[in-house]
Design a binder for this molecule. Structure first.
Ligand code: SF4
Length: 903
């Protein structure tokens, strides 16, 4: 697309013997965009995006001028802009439904008289299959092979479908299972920092250079911000729109500058830094904002450390956590095997654009700043339920005991232990039953992985063993990790402690921790024990890691190993021994903790350019299992009515060329009343499917035995399972179910009114559908926190939910609701369903949708109570932009895009 180039910014950059066209910020500044060289680096990337995509419609001269105004207003004034990412990254949990939607769009476009080939990604899309491997087998050298076998047995149908997608769609690549985790593969291989493509400009074919940017269907897409690639997580629905050439509509953000000074002390890891940063930014409140790191402390963070910090942006609530290009970026690109001419281009481009951080350069201007002296960071863990609940290592034991009394109400059971059938050990509260080195957050960082290996070596030298009740696992984010751990000889020490390789994928981080040994699970459940997990992941919400484990702690990989040795959370590892050596002498954590210098030496010697180049040489080929997958080749997909994994979704049934007019929501029933911080995992769980749940029943009716249910996350290509799983999290509390004592039971139940019959939320929704009653869901603050999960919006829409009314929304989930044609509404400040006195048996009518609907319009709800009384309440429509309004009027983003493509 040729830009209108109002600021005469299109220039030529010559690097070596190659020449590139690019949109120069310097030229734009000279031609009227005042002082944009003082913008934060992340905003320079957004500004370039607009200059290059100025089409006079979605991007106008005025919207580009937003950036000159930004310096005066610092993003405080809401200004809508349209952003076009260079590419899209997906993982398989979200990728399968996205490809299902694309396949369904092909059918729909054909049904409306168009051609299937109209539906193709217009920007490069990479899908990395990483979310499906489960830790069934562990603690043995055969664990990896067995888990891969089971993965293919369970997912053969999904993988066939993805292989079909790979051949059917242009611009669509699949990184096969067993290669690595999407964000780590992105960091180590896919990300380019500066992207190029061939384009026609003024009748000439040119090579266009521009910043690498992306959106990903996983919230931790932000890891790549560590490599100065701007990107963040979006719902699958928005990602599909981006793939199909729609701009991403957003508000020009506030940018919070996070100043880092000093250097981390001996024994402090990048994980400790990110847990500290997360706690600080949560306190500050950065939801919906960009965070950009600056200051001389950056000189003491490796690129992998930066990626670890960037990865957890969703946990600190920011849209992204950006690190600018500097010499460390270039060194990492070199070390990870990127081509020399690309690195030369990146350096020249960044320097010319004022995007290169060099010492002595003035700091950019930010909306606000905060700072951290890295020397102040101490070893830490975060838990038991939230990533921002950080405790210093020395306080973790006492904090756990505090939580046992206050959160879990179990102080009476403290110290009681229960025998485990067939074993010679017993279990009590706080015992660590899972210790998992997992997650791209840490496995992309060689220093913490090598640190874990060295700690294992030192522990082995003192004769220490992991406690026998701990399920230990190592799931690296790429094969590079396995290579350097093996080459350095450290893997064998990890093996000795049970940290054998279990797979290349997310595993425990996404809840695929696999079942605990049956006798351990039985003891925990029979005695309602608060068992613990320690994982090097980034999410520890209730119910996510394992259904048997209530307390979940995030920690660096070396600390994961240490807690496997200790076997309990009720310990102060800074003072108490981890265990005893063969001579009976106590061994303390400090005795076996490796020095920073030793870790650095191992990293320097073992993590090499050749290792990356060899590992990624055949990244798209896959192993023998993948090559053996047979996929159909056809333009449209031949849906299989018998499939329990991939089914034709109902989104386009009866779609007409013109959308129906929007109507008010009249006499809606309340499906659920939720409290604060309902996560997308509560709304649409990714983990195990219970046999007694509506989803479990449907699977059994379709011939699937409970042992073969697999996880919800793997069934996202099947709307029948997913709509039944909506609001089915075992820990969700629907306050319609509140009893006379004011207690609300856990689980996805509700009451169907007016009778008040108790049933699953799914069954109630279906009964309301038969009765023709529209539905609303009412919630507290931060509704939709957690991973971006488009099924949290799709599921609600398919259940018949027309509006979600909450105190506030998480950014991605709000836009996903709009993308599915569900209107997000917020209560007036200081009010909520509780202050309005709602119990769930009321009906709700929402006025103001039919006439004059506009972004952020104030609407009115009239509520009819069962005693005949009524109340009204003002509501703010969180349809934030004109594009979103169009999506909503069309019944969602996919019908909108489809209507644009039909002649
Ligand atoms: S689930 Fe965990 S490991 Fe997987 S992509 Fe997300 S953050 Fe990374």
């Amino acid at each position: 697309m040729a830009s209108l180039n109002s600021f005469n910014a299109c220039q030529t950059l010559v690097v070596g013997n190659r020449s590139y066209q690019y949109f120069s910020l310097r030229a734009a500044e000279q031609n009227g965009l005042r002082d944009v060289s003082r913008l934060p680096y992340s905003l320079k990337v957004v500004l370039e995006n607009l200059l290059r995509n100025e089409d006079g419609r979605s991007v106008t001269r005025e919207s580009i001028e937003t950036f000159a105004k930004w310096l005066e207003e610092k993003g405080k004034t809401e200004r809508e802009i349209a952003f076009r990412p260079a590419r899209v990254l997906m993982q398989d949990f979200t990728g399968v439904p996205a490809v299902v939607d694309l396949a369904a769009m092909r059918d729909a476009v054909v049904a409306l008289g168009g051609t299937a080939q109209k539906i193709n990604p217009l920007v490069p899309v990479d899908l990395v299959i990483d979310h499906s491997v489960i830790v069934d087998s562990f603690g043995t050298p055969k664990a990896f092979a067995r888990n891969v076998e089971l993965e293919y047995e369970r997912n053969g149908e999904r993988y066939r479908f993805l292989k079909w997608g790979q051949s059917a769609f242009d611009n669509f690549r699949v990184v096969p299972p067993g290669t690595g985790i999407c964000h780590q593969v992105n960091l180590e291989y896919l990300g380019q920092t500066v992207w190029t493509r061939t384009e026609r400009i003024d009748g000439k074919t040119v090579e266009l250079a521009y910043p690498d940017t992306l959106v990903g269907t996983d919230s931790h897409t932000t890891m790549i911000n560590g490599l100065a690639v701007l990107g963040w997580g979006v719902g699958g629905i928005e990602a599909e729109a981006a793939m199909l050439g729609q701009p991403l509509s957003m508000l020009a953000p506030e940018v919070i500058g996070f100043k880092l000074t000093g250097a981390p002390k001996e024994g402090v890891t990048a994980t400790d830094v990110v847990l500290t940063v997360t706690q600080m930014l949560r306190k500050k409140g950065v939801v919906g904002k960009f965070v950009e790191f600056f200051g001389e402390g950056l000189d003491h963070l490796s690129l992998a450390d930066r990626a670890t910090i960037a990865n957890m942006a969703p946990e600190y609530g920011a849209t992204c956590g950006f690190f600018p290009i500097d010499q460390e970026t270039l060194s990492y690109l070199r070390m990870s095997g990127r081509a020399d001419d690309r690195i030369a281009l990146i350096e020249a481009y960044a320097r010319d654009q004022g995007m290169l951080r060099e010492s002595g350069a003035p700091d950019p201007e930010f909306t606000d700043t905060l700072s951290l002296d890295l020397a102040e960071v101490t070893p830490s863990l975060a838990g038991p339920k939230r990533p921002e609940s950080r405790a210093a290592l020395s306080d973790v034991g006492s904090a756990f005991l505090g939580a046992l009394a206050s959160e879990y109400k179990k102080e009476d059971g403290l110290g009681q232990r229960y025998g485990v059938e067939g074993e010679n050990f017993d279990l009590g509260h706080g015992d660590v039953v899972i210790a998992a080195i997992t997650s791209c957050t840490n496995t992309s960082n060689p220093s913490v992985l090598i640190g874990a290996g060295l700690l294992a070596r030192n522990a082995a030298a003192r004769g220490l063993k992991a406690k026998p009740w701990v399920k230990t696992s190592l799931a690296p984010g790429s094969q590079v990790v396995a290579q350097y751990l093996a080459k350095s000889g450290l893997q064998k020490y990890l093996d000795d402690l049970g940290f054998n390789l279990v797979g290349f994928g997310c595993t425990t981080c996404i809840g695929n921790s696999g079942p605990l040994p049956p006798a351990i699970s039985k003891t925990i459940n029979e005695h309602d024990l608060v068992a613990a997990s320690v994982l090097s992941g980034n999410r520890n919400f209730e119910g996510r890691v394992n259904p048997d484990v209530q307390a979940n702690y995030l920690a660096s990989p070396p600390l994961v190993v240490a807690y496997a040795l200790a076997g309990t959370m009720a310990i102060d590892l800074t003072k108490e021994p981890l265990g005893h050596d063969s001579a009976g002498a106590p061994v303390y954590l400090r005795d076996i903790w490796p020095s920073n210098a030793e870790i650095a030496t191992f990293v320097r010697d073992q993590v090499t350019r050749n290792l990356f180049r060899e590992t990624y040489a055949n990244v798209f080929s896959g192993d023998a299992h993948w090559r053996a997958v047979e996929a159909p080749s056809s333009e449209t997909y031949a849906w299989d009515d018998q499939s329990t994994y991939v089914r034709d979704p109902p989104y386009f049934v009866g779609l007409q060329r013109e959308p129906k007019p929007v109507e008010d929501i009249v006499g809606a029933r309340i499906l659920a009343l939720f409290g604060d911080k309902i996560t997308t995992d509560h709304i649409s769980p990714a983990g195990s499917i219970k046999a007694a749940s509506p989803a479990g029943k449907w699977l059994m009716e379709h011939g699937v035995a409970p042992a073969d249910f697999n996880q919800y996350g793997t069934r996202r290509g099947n709307h029948e399972v997913m709509m039944r799983g909506t609001f089915a999290n075992i820990r969700i509390k629907n306050h319609i179910m509140r009893d006379a004592k004011g207690l609300t039971p856990e689980g996805g139940l509700t009451k169907h009114f007016p009778g008040g019959d108790i049933m699953s939320i799914y069954d109630a929704a279906m009964r309301y559908r038969e009765e023709g009653a529209p539905l609303v869901v009412l919630a507290g603050a931060e509704y939709g926190n957690g991973s971006s999960r488009d099924w949290a919006a799709k599921g609600a829409a398919l259940l018949g939910v027309r509006a979600v009314i909450a105190k506030s929304f998480e950014r991605i989930h709000r836009s996903n609701l709009v993308g599915m044609g569900v209107v997000p509404l917020t209560f007036a400040e200081g009010t909520g369903w509780d202050t309005l006195g709602l119990k769930g048996d009321e009906t709700v009518t929402i006025h103001g949708l039919r006439e004059g609907l506009a972004p952020r319009k104030t609407l009115v709800a009239s509520i009819s109570f069962s005693d005949g009384s009524t109340k009204t309440a003002p509501l703010l429509a969180r349809i934030d932009t004109l594009d979103e309004l169009e999506y909503f009027k069309n019944g969602g983003i996919l019908p909108y895009v489809l209507r644009q493509l039909v002649p």
